[in-house]
Design a protein around this ligand. Structure first.
Ligand code: HEM
Length: 421
């Protein structure tokens, strides 16, 4: 591509080049990569850390330090008209840089600060989780993914956006083709675009009804002040709205607030089930929940990589990344880099290093990380309060699978409620 050699094409001393479909290729069509990408990441981190993937027509950055730097660099941009998310959502926060991005971040900031998140915990997260668990009372076996993890974030987002709770299953169903397309962008786009049109009509109407929502709510913040004062760059809320960013960002928020959280809720449980005694340990020491959640998010992040484009020719560690080349920043590989985490493949909630990159970083770093963390802490607190035991309902714990929105497709568990004396 662009006459640039594959960074692996010079070969690594004694190992030879990283050929396409070698055991070390990043191959999204391979079941073994989708379920166990860790040996591939480890190999590439060691031997080809700025990796050109001919199969995927993009570079991958694998090492923690380089990924962290790249998230903050100005010569990497998200702006690219043919990005799958841009095609699906229209102009939105995730896919824009410069003044429009700064303005959108400024608009949503009040809805994501610590005080706002505390408010959501009481009026949205806790009631939704309690209602769901009440609805499951009497069942000693559930699929933790379908019956619980998939339902909490949609319930919460409905409350946060002023959407009737009865619409949550419809929103979940509409999102399936969109999620499928982001997971497998080589498939046909039409089902996802059809779903997007339905969602767009729904949210256009919702934005009208929520125009007067207070600024410490997500939609209120986003729509605040068609007459808001212009920022230094001369872009204001009206400008952002005129460009269609408010609708696109609302659709993005629905996806960002739900699908990542479903994976996070499910992956934390998968980590706990996979490590004997871990759930009992959490029940004995509820104060360990934040550390357990943080370590599980490091070990099994919901999103494995984020996409950037080189705004100019960039040289990283002797590899030329030409202008306009696509570059995947591998958050998941960074999270398992021994240069940043001792014994990185071990799930160890007691570890001191906390610099995981699961929420990204830099100007596009996840604005919802406090909300997501609060949601996870509360969920696991409420689960251990309610259940004396939670165990895998089967000999094998289903594998976590995927790349974007990575999680087990199901997680059958048996649980027994606490009895009051
Ligand atoms: C555990 C759950 C979550 C994970 C792992 C996660 C992860 C991420 C990551 C890695 C990014 C950076 C994308 C990039 O750099 O290209 C991001 C951005 C974003 N996230 Fe999250 N997220 C989570 C939950 C949430 C929640 C609950 C919300 C909203 C309520 C949210 C809203 C967003 C938005 C709007 C962006 C785009 C920010 C921008 O481009 O400026 N996320 N998230």
């Amino acid at each position: 591509m662009h006459g640039v050699q594959s960074p692996g094409s010079g070969g690594v001393a004694g190992l030879g080049p990283v050929a396409a479909r070698s055991p070390w290729a990043i191959d999204f069509g391979s079941e073994s990569f989708l379920t166990d990408p860790w040996p591939v990441y480890a190999y590439l981190r060691a031997h080809d850390p700025v990796h050109w993937s001919a199969d995927n027509h993009c570079f991958f950055l694998l090492r923690h330090e380089r990924v962290r730097e790249a998230l903050a660099r100005r010569d990497f941009t998200v702006d690219f008209p043919f990005r799958a998310s841009r095609q699906l959502f229209g102009p939105n926060l995730l896919d824009v840089d410069g003044p429009a991005h700064r303005e959108l971040r400024r608009l949503i900031a009040p809805a994501f600060n610590a005080a706002a998140v505390e408010g959501y915990a009481g009026r949205a997260i806790e009631p939704v989780v309690r209602e769901l668990l009440d609805g499951l009372a009497g069942r000693d076996r559930v699929d933790f993914v379908a019956d619980f993890a998939a339902r909490v974030p949609y319930g919460v987002v409905c409350r946060l956006m002023g959407i009737p709770a009865a619409d949550a299953p419809w929103l979940y169903a509409q999102m399936r083709p969109v999620v499928h397309n982001l997971d497998y962008p080589r498939g046909p786009l039409d089902p996802a675009l059809a779903a997007r049109r339905e969602l767009e009509a729904y949210f256009s109407a919702l934005l009208v009804t929520q125009r007067a929502a207070p600024p410490d709510t997500i939609l209120g913040a986003l729509q605040r002040g068609g007459g808001a004062s212009a920022d230094a760059a001369g872009v204001d809320a009206a400008g952002a709205d005129a460009a269609g960013h408010v609708l696109g960002t609302t659709l993005l928020l629905l996806l960002a607030a739900t699908e990542t959280s479903i994976s996070a809720i499910a992956n934390v449980m998968a980590c706990l089930l996979r490590h004997p005694g871990a759930l009992a340990g959490v029940a004995a020491r509820p104060g360990s929940i934040p550390a357990v959640v943080a370590e599980s998010l490091r070990w099994e992040p919901p999103l494995h990589s984020v996409l950037r484009f080189a705004a100019e020719d960039i040289n990283i560690d002797g590899v030329l990344i030409p202008r306009r080349a696509a570059v995947q920043l591998s958050l998941a590989s960074a999270n398992r880099d021994a240069a940043a985490f001792g014994d990185p493949d071990r799930w160890d909630p007691g570890r001191a290093e906390r610099a995981h990159l699961t929420f990204g970083g830099g100007r596009h770093g996840c604005p919802g990380f406090q909300l997501a963390s609060r949601e996870l802490h509360l969920i696991y607190q409420l689960l251990i309060e309610r259940f004396a035991t939670i165990e895998s309902d089967g000999d094998d714990i289903p594998l976590i699978r995927g790349h974007v929105f990575r999680r087990p497709t199901s997680l059958p568990v048996r649980w027994a409620p606490r009895t009051t004396a």
